[in-house]
Design a protein around this ligand. Structure first.
Ligand code: NAP
Length: 483
């Protein structure tokens, strides 16, 4: 396969929070991988910034450490690492202080793409934006990249939007949701809108329901006290699952264009019905092989959910009567993120229904093994008569691309390069984020007002029994995580 990696225009990327966990585990390794792939130009520069007093060489040592630990060994080429580190430098800056800004202004070039990545807590977004403008470092075509969480409710999200808008236009702001950088997510749009097969069936006439699952095997240990203020609803549903729901449910945009696509996603969020409290199940993992959620959160009285399952209805012509079931949780039996489009049964069967015939399902897997499969019913091969079996038409992207295919880039690699290209398609717009909070807030407020305590569930399970009942009472069932 011919490499289709085209270098982006040269850039200066100022990485605030360059010494932090996210920069070390994701951002710097992703940039290095793009460098190795030939996409990061040789005269592009990465300028790390944080309060720690580090020299350029001290920062380069940290970059080497990040590559060593978080990039696969087959990409450890000493001359490549030296060249990449040669493009990195560091300036100590406190986002709220006065030192370092002059040095930063002198360091960034005006005639290249200028991007500022805020890999710091959200309370620093406003002060950083203001300083960058005030010191004349950022200009009208500079780009800002901001990390999640973007607020904890609609009011805080609006305040963050206002703080950024005081110094930058919406077209300059790139709000990261790394789920959107997954190959599969873009393929969901390709499958829907570039094939004649699916779109005619993509509605309440042919689809019974949709399931979206993001299951993790890890607990919250290590960041338990932070997580305890958030919970699965804020940490996962309001952003990641909501984005997957929108991309599944949205109308075809007129063109594959950032604003047209985001307009369609926004319409979906606005069409979501308020959620009936009986349609939501919250859970907390209990002690098992590992400590309980409450122990991890260091809060024995915690009422925060590490699991949530819910039924969501979309009030529009396409989706009336098609429930979307969402679930996400920690310490579940398997790490799995997928969207399942469950089609209806055929309207009449000419075959004996005791056969293994099942309705078709299209499964879109985000992890592990990004890909899609479509289950179809066929005749079991052989002389055994007309016996039906379900088989998957499997398209795992890594296999489909073949042994000579290019490796699928990590979500962060794709998203950072999109920033450099000035492509906002896979980033959330401010009004989208606020609308998602406007839908989420009453659900959380209801729990808090009622003092609801989450149901407990066993580690390594698929969540509390109540979550199974949520679907059983509709005559449906969750896809087995182990399938
Ligand atoms: P972290 O490990 O605590 O790192 C924070 C970084 O910010 C450090 O480099 C710190 O360096 C710098 N910093 C703190 N206060 C500063 C100030 N006043 N001025 C300048 N720099 C300052 O946090 P993180 O996990 O990397 O997370 C960074 C952001 O990404 C957060 O918004 C987080 O919610 C988000 N995020 C993180 C992850 C993840 O997996 N870690 C995933 C998704 C989103 P100094 O102490 O040297 O200043």
């Amino acid at each position: 396969m011919v490499s289709r990696t085209i270098p982006v225009d040269t850039f200066d990327l100022v990485l605030f929070g360059a010494t932090g966990d996210l920069a070390t585990r994701k951002i710097l390794p992703s940039l290095y991988r793009r460098f190795v792939a030939g996409q990061m130009p040789e005269d592009a520069r990465i300028i790390g910034a944080a309060r720690s007093e580090l020299s350029d060489d001290g920062f380069r040592d940290e970059v080497r450490g990040a590559i060593d630990e978080f990039v696969s060994k087959d990409k450890h080429d000493a001359s490549m690492i030296d060249a990449f580190c040669g493009q990195c430098s560091y300036i100590p800056i406190d986002a709220k202080g006065e030192g370092g800004w002059k040095e930063l202004k002198a360091s960034v070039r005006d005639d290249v793409v200028k991007a500022f990545y805020f890999s710091v807590g959200p309370s620093l977004f406003g002060p950083l934006a203001e300083k960058l403008r005030g010191h004349g470092i950022a200009c009208d075509n500079s780009r800002l990249v901001v990390e999640k969480p973007f607020g904890t409710d609609q009011d805080t999200a609006r305040k963050l939007n206002d703080d950024l808008a005081a110094s930058f236009a919406e077209t300059q702001i790139y709000r990261i949701d790394h789920f959107l950088g997954k190959e599969t997510v873009q393929n969901l749009m390709a499958v829907r809108f570039a094939n004649v097969l699916f779109e005619p069936l993509w509605n309440e006439r042919y689809i019974d329901h949709v399931q979206i699952t993001v299951a993790e095997t890890v607990g919250v240990g290590g960041r338990g006290s932070y997580y305890d203020k958030s919970g699965a609803m804020r940490d996962m549903v309001q952003n990641h699952l909501m984005q997957l729901l929108c991309l599944t449910a949205m109308e075809p945009p007129n063109r594959y264009d950032a604003d047209m696509l985001r307009d369609e996603k926004l319409k979906v969020i606005r069409a979501l019905d308020p959620v009936d409290p009986r349609d939501v199940v919250r859970g907390q993992y209990k002690a098992g092989a590992d400590p309980s959620y409450a122990e991890d959160a260091e809060n024995p009285a915690s009422k925060t959910e590490s699991f949530v399952a819910m039924k969501v209805n979309i009030s529009n012509w396409r989706w009336k009567h098609v429930p979307f079931y969402l679930r996400t949780g920690k310490r579940m039996s398997r790490r799995l993120s997928e969207i399942v489009i469950q089609f209806k049964e055929t309207s009449h069967s000419i075959f004996d229904r005791d056969d293994a015939s099942k309705a078709n399902a299209l499964t879109i897997r985000l992890q592990p093994d990004e890909g899609m499969d479509l289950s179809v019913t066929i005749k079991e091969p052989g002389p055994g008569g007309m016996r039906l079996v379900n088989v998957p038409l499997d398209m795992t992207f890594a296999d489909a691309l073949g042994p000579d295919g290019e490796e699928i880039p990590d979500a962060y690699e794709r998203l950072i390069m999109d920033v450099m290209r000035g492509n906002q398609t896979l980033f959330m717009r401010g009004d989208e984020v606020e609308a998602a909070w406007a839908w989420t807030d009453p659900i959380i407020d209801g729990w808090e007002a009622r003092g609801d305590k989450p149901a407990s569930y066993s580690q390594g399970s698929s969540g509390p029994e109540e979550a199974l009942a949520l679907m059983h009472r509709d005559g449906r069932r969750w896809r087995d995580l182990e399938d």
